[in-house]
Design a protein around this ligand. Structure first.
Ligand code: G6Q
Length: 533
């Protein structure tokens, strides 16, 4: 089937994109979902390619796998776990059973506890040694960091609680720079760690504890734990009333919807957080029910696979024309690359084709003045995924928002249209060039065009909308994983480096000899040791 799709892609390449536009293409190659519009008409996909992609998804068992995920079957097969982040936003409370037990009463109870605690922090009823908390520091990494950091920044216009800060890196510079600006007596620390064992997080938490120890009588009262390891959090000395647990069927990078989202809830308030969950719930219902051509996660995924596996484009750029979505590319990098960056299929055999694509990006218009050069004229084709709101949150600056939207639309138009040599010659002729110099200058001004992009548009980036968008990407990654035959919910590839780092620590300290290391590692360690003295 991949061979057929590759053949189709080859033919599509010669057709280009602009020539496909006739009556109704824009609407026919777009999907709407509760106020979101995904336009994928500026790609080479035509009706035949779409039908073949949908057939592929069905052959790979997408409808059955999707149902298995929503109903709590252990589809994370290498870890023997269900995959139920969708339960965290199942506000309707529909029963979902894992091993015969309905998980919803526990989920809703934790949500109610989070709401109550966030309310107490926001009102100042739960306070620090120096008064109501003015600042909250979320200490976590990877899935316990990127989601809340991205969402708090995205929803800044809705933030009316204490300021939220995020510390992740084991590099002492991160926590040191963050705490330097804060008053310990009015700072609440959230230790966000599913396992409560992650080196970076536990090291930073200990540093924060030391910082508080010198400043307040009861540092423990300034700590909250967000973790599945409730016993470990208790051993660490955090009172059970401030431990918010979740279960192992919530993967780290899918965990923003529960306790790991507490910083977001404190920032925008429980009502805003519920709206965020509602947006995700709306996307879940849509994903579960809509037929393929009207199903946004399915179509977004198929368009992505068309580009990565049929056309062979190795990367994909995420380009939000929204400054507050500045961390979305990093968030999606983890979601996509940790989920589908695998070389082995579910059954244990080698994949035999490319894994999920490399994802990267930056907000527009900034990227335009940096790497868009390569996107327009470089030799590698990079499918671009634009996101933009129709309206901004700054009514006084509507003219700036209009400029932002114009730039976003112009980019997708330029990528598709390009500029041919004859037009470039004409431009250079008008600029006064003649002869060989005209020809030389003209060639530098040619844009190949026919470069694909999609645009995701929405009215305003509200909590509901953000919830919907994040759930859209989660499901897109799931569909892609099903079609590629990958388990999107484990991450064994991060383990080896962790093990080696642990073993290297005593070597760096000089308590274990260097001998067994390779020449390069030995040289680098010797350099560090000589500088440390
Ligand atoms: C995410 C990954 C990983 C994880 C971090 C933090 O899906 O599993 O990024 O979130 O390693 O783990 P803890 O939350 O257990 O500290």
């Amino acid at each position: 089937m991949w061979r057929d799709l590759k053949g189709m892609a080859e033919k599509a390449r010669s057709r280009g994109i602009a020539s496909l536009f006739g009556d109704g293409r824009a609407a026919a190659f777009s999907v709407n979902a509760d106020g979101l519009l995904l336009d994928y008409s500026k790609t080479t996909i035509n009706a035949d390619a779409r039908a073949a992609l949908i057939a592929l998804s069905e052959t790979r068992g997408l409808p059955e796998r999707r149902e298995a995920m929503f109903t709590g079957e252990p589809i994370n097969e290498t870890e023997g776990r269900a995959v139920l982040h969708t339960a965290l936003r199942n506000l309707a409370g529909r029963a979902i059973k894992v091993d015969g037990r309905d998980v919803m009463p526990g989920v809703l109870d934790t949500l109610a506890r989070m709401k109550s605690f966030a309310g107490l922090v926001r009102s100042g009823a739960y306070r620090g040694a120096g008064g109501a908390f003015t600042d909250v520091v979320n200490i976590g990494i990877g899935g316990s960091h990127l989601g809340p950091e991205m969402a708090v920044r995205a929803l800044a216009p809705y933030a009316d609680g204490p300021r939220c800060h995020f510390v992740s890196n084991v590099d002492g510079a991160d926590i040191s720079d963050t705490l330097a600006r804060l008053d310990p007596a009015r700072t609440l620390i959230l230790v966000a760690s599913k396992t409560f064992t992650t080196t970076e997080t536990m090291t930073n938490a200990a540093t924060a504890h030391k910082w508080l120890l010198g400043a307040v009588a009861d540092p423990g009262a300034h700590f909250v734990a967000l973790s599945t390891a409730e016993r470990k959090a208790a051993e660490w000395g955090i009172d059970a009333s401030r431990v918010f647990g979740f279960e192992d069927w919530v993967g780290g990078r899918y965990s923003i919807w529960g306790p790991i989202g507490l910083s977001l809830m404190i920032a925008i308030g429980p009502d805003g957080f519920i709206d965020f969950l509602r947006g995700a719930e709306a996307m879940d219902l849509h994903f579960r029910d809509a037929p393929p051509t009207e199903n946004m996660p399915v179509m977004l995924s198929l368009v992505g696979l068309w580009h990565s596996h049929a056309c062979g484009y190795a990367t994909r750029a995420v380009l939000p024309y929204d400054q507050r979505l500045g961390r979305l590319p990093a968030y999606l990098q983890q979601l996509e690359m940790e989920s589908n960056g695998k070389g082995v299929a579910l059954g244990g055999r080698s994949l035999g084709y490319a894994s999920g694509p490399v994802v990267w990006g930056e907000p527009g218009t900034n990227g335009q003045h940096a790497f868009y050069q390569l996107i327009h004229q470089g030799t590698a084709v990079v499918p671009c995924e634009f996101l933009v709101a129709a309206r901004g949150h700054e009514p006084d600056l509507a003219h700036q928002h209009a400029l932002l939207v114009a730039n976003c639309l112009a980019q997708s138009e330029a990528l598709m249209q390009g500029r041919d040599l004859e037009t470039a010659r004409e431009l250079m002729r008008n600029a006064g060039y003649r002869g060989a110099e005209l020809e030389r200058q003209a060639r530098h001004r040619v844009f190949p065009g026919a470069r694909p992009s999609t645009t995701l548009m929405y009215d305003l980036l509200t909590p509901f909308r953000l919830g919907q968008i994040i759930a859209l990407y989660e499901h897109r990654v799931f569909v892609e994983g099903v079609i590629l035959g990958i388990n999107s919910f484990d991450q064994w590839g991060v383990e080896l480096g962790k093990e080696l780092a642990k073993a290297l620590q005593p070597v760096l300290d000089g308590t274990v000899p260097l001998d067994e290391k390779d020449g390069s590692t030995r040289q680098l360690i010797t350099f560090v040791q000589s500088k440390r003295g």
